[in-house]
Design a protein around this ligand. Structure first.
Ligand SMILES: NC(=O)C1=CN([C@@H]2O[C@H](COP(=O)(O)OP(=O)(O)OC[C@H]3O[C@@H](n4cnc5c(N)ncnc54)[C@H](OP(=O)(O)O)[C@@H]3O)[C@@H](O)[C@H]2O)C=CC1
Ligand SMILES: O=C(O)[C@@H]1CCC=N1
Length: 342
């Protein structure tokens, strides 16, 4: 018989997770709703990533749902999101972006074609509008096809859904210090953010934090399946795997130790862990992971080429992409990490 003891209810461990998070990053700002940052927020595309960003922006009180207008060619999805979040819907891109001072662009890379930009240019957004793209691979210069001058390119990830996202972002030099603070505030509603002054880091970040959740979910799945194979009930196996991942991450962050040191502390001479690690190394796990990340990075660079949206290509080496070089007004604006040099 299997006996499992849970000292923490899921709520307790969640609270623990939250408080630990604050230790490592900026606290989530509180919003009193009296000084709305924008007059109208438009979101083009209401898929997985748009939902992951919009939901925390609303639920944290950053902006009331009534200030958002969304548009998606997939009307059923748009209606569903509108119903869930209480946001307005538009019948076209121009209707959504008319007078908007913050525009989220969350369509797929292949949707950014000339027809899309033609639609975009039909309406007049607010003269000071900022456009925030989450689109993988698409460089800032692509958005010069719009008539918006202030462009933010970002790479968020889906844990934003639960306020634990990690977003890496860069922008055109014309964003003022207060514009940048505002962007950081927006991103803080859905987790952590990292500003990079060289846009090419965003393609790299795609292979780490952007696509990374998929690697972690695959590892979770593999461990759960391994446990089930041995005879563990699936729900119990899932609990063990989730808490092993969560606990290991918090421990690594809190201890500040290099992961290799922590791994050695688990690995007893001639013990069980050493046997498992031998098999992982034998399967070239490090190389496989690095190869996967390079493939992701290369694909992001390829997607920046305007006619490479059809499928993964086979280019072997990364090339230099357009680099934004915004001014340094952000330097004293937040506690978030700021990658400026390498
Ligand atoms: N999912 C993720 O983990 C992450 C995604 N991203 C980026 O976010 C973007 C969106 O990804 P994701 O949310 O996963 O994709 P989804 O397919 O879930 O959402 C995109 C939505 O945009 C709709 N759409 C297509 N063309 C238009 C148009 N012209 N106007 C309005 N809406 C349109 C799509 O409709 P239809 O399906 O009918 O075409 C779809 O509903 C991508 O560019 C991706 O690179 C970035 C980081 C992480
Ligand atoms: O797979 C993709 O292309 C997107 C970008 C990062 C995560 N998902």
């Amino acid at each position: 018989m299997i006996r499992l003891f849970h000292h923490h209810s899921s709520t307790t461990s969640r609270l623990f997770f939250r408080s630990a998070r604050y230790h490592y990053s900026t606290e989530k700002p509180s919003f009193d709703g009296t000084t709305p940052a924008f007059s109208k927020i438009a979101c083009i595309g209401t898929g997985k990533m748009a939902h992951a960003l919009l939901k925390p922006m609303i639920t944290t009180g950053f902006h009331p749902a009534k200030d958002f207008t969304v548009f998606d060619v997939s009307t059923n999805l748009m209606e569903q999101v509108s119903k869930e979040l209480g946001v307005k819907t538009a019948e076209s891109i121009p209707e959504a972006i008319e007078d908007a001072d913050f525009i989220l662009c969350a369509v797929k890379p292949q949707n950014l074609n000339s027809a899309f930009f033609a639609e975009f240019r039909k309406a007049q957004p607010h003269p000071n509008a900022i456009l925030l793209s989450v689109i993988a691979g698409k460089t800032i210069d692509v958005f010069h096809h719009t008539h918006i001058n202030k462009i933010v390119r970002s790479m968020p990830n889906t844990p934003a859904q639960v306020g634990e996202g990690m977003t890496v972002w860069s922008c055109t030099p014309n964003l003022t210090g207060s514009d940048r603070n505002l962007i950081q505030t927006v991103l803080s509603t859905c987790g952590h953010s990292m500003y990079v002054d060289d846009e090419s880091y965003i393609d790299m970040a795609t292979s780490i934090s952007g696509s990374g959740p998929a690697y972690i979910f695959l590892l979770m799945e593999s461990m759960i399946d391994g446990a089930v194979h041995m005879g563990f009930p699936r729900d119990k196996a899932t609990t063990l795997v989730y808490h092993t991942m969560l606990g290991s991450t918090l421990y690594a962050m809190e201890s500040g130790e290099h992961p290799a040191i922590l791994r050695n502390m688990v690995t007893s001479p001639s013990g069980t862990t050493a046997s498992a690690l031998y098999e992982l190394e034998n399967g070239k796990i490090r190389t496989v992971i690095k190869d996967a990340m390079w493939a992701c990075y290369r694909r992001s660079l390829e997607m920046g080429n305007h006619d490479s949206n059809v499928g993964p290509g086979r280019s072997q080496s990364p090339h230099v992409v357009h680099a934004a070089t915004p001014d340094s007004e952000l330097s004293n604006s937040s506690d978030d990490e700021d990658v400026r040099q390498r």
